[in-house]
Design a protein around this ligand. Structure first.
Ligand SMILES: [Zn+2]
Length: 141
């Protein structure tokens, strides 16, 4: 199995996984994200504790790419502090825009590296970055 096949499987798995799809009790931050070009709509909920993202989850609907990207992002970001989370968000967006040439910089993204080749499918790029833009907006408030 080549790496692309593993990545495709990972995306498919996360697109139907419900383990990050729920509402939090009393979230500290709630942020909506919308991608009109595809119809993806998500709401992220975050719980912070001393600058650490203690818990986060999402609700909403959209295509497989947007759902998978949100779920994989949540797995990666949970337990990180705000600064680390923003850095990872920047790295992910940099990867999709192909601004990061050094693969080693991408390793920090772990499973989210599965979206690297999405930049070959311009119509899907907005689906893949929706959750990350939404997280960035939430954390910068
Ligand atoms: Zn989409």
């Amino acid at each position: 199995m080549d790496l692309n096949a593993i990545y495709t499987e990972l995306i498919m798995e996360h697109s139907t996984s419900k383990h990050n799809k729920r509402n939090l009790d009393n979230p500290d931050i709630k942020e909506k994200g919308h991608n009109p070009s595809c119809g993806d709509e998500i709401t992220l909920e975050l719980k912070l504790n001393n600058g650490v993202i203690e818990d986060l989850a999402f609700t909403g609907q959209g295509c497989a790419i947007s759902q998978a990207s949100t779920s994989i992002m949540i797995d990666l970001i949970k337990g990180k502090n705000i600064k680390e989370a923003l850095k990872l968000t920047e790295t992910f967006i940099g990867m999709i825009k192909r601004e990061i040439k050094d693969d080693e910089e991408l390793y920090a993204l772990e499973d989210a590296m599965a979206f690297k080749n999405i930049s070959n499918m311009p119509a899907r790029v907005k689906c893949a970055v929706l959750a990350w833009h939404t997280l960035k907006e939430a954390l910068e408030k």
